[in-house]
Design a protein around this ligand. Structure first.
Ligand SMILES: [Zn+2]
Length: 156
């Protein structure tokens, strides 16, 4: 299993995603991001999500996480829907952390949000069910204590 960098070490591990004028670096995006196709149906705002962008350094790991969740659910879409994992909430997104001047892990393409309506920011409960948490934990992904929708391939 890969030992993910700390958040402070994200630049060294994932590269610097900052462009020249405070926005994202187009060159970094091209070099760093890949499209991951989830093994089950996902949707965002009612639209299907056939793939999403994630950093190449953690894409295979996230693919294994999603495959493990798929299997744990018996490859049953209704179960995946009930678990909340089919509701995409965002992956790569160049932005700052809330109330902070530091970049979100989403800006490095190493974070995934799932079912934000069900697991809103600022709350420690509810949490995803045990099979989902185990699949992420087995790959070293961190679920934030007060942002349960959020999983990241970076240590706190
Ligand atoms: Zn997030």
């Amino acid at each position: 299993m890969t030992i993910w960098p700390t958040q402070a070490g994200a630049d060294g591990f994932y590269g610097n995603p900052r462009g020249r004028n405070g926005g994202p670096s187009w060159l970094w995006e091209v070099k760093s991001l890949v499209h991951l196709t989830p093994p089950f149906a996902m949707h965002y705002g009612g639209q299907p999500v056939s793939s999403f962008r994630i950093h190449r350094a953690c894409a295979a790991s996230l693919g294994r996480v999603l495959a493990a969740i798929h299997d744990a659910a018996g490859r049953d879409q209704a179960t995946l829907d009930a678990w909340g994992v089919s509701t995409f909430g965002g992956s790569y997104n160049f932005r700052l952390k809330r109330n902070s001047n530091t970049l979100s892990m989403h800006a490095y393409g190493c974070a995934l949000d799932l079912a934000p309506e069900r697991f809103p920011m600022g709350r420690s409960k509810p949490t995803f069910c045990a099979p989902v948490l185990k699949a992420f934990a087995d790959e070293g992904w961190v679920n934030l204590e007060h942002d349960r929708m959020h999983f990241q391939a970076a240590r706190l």
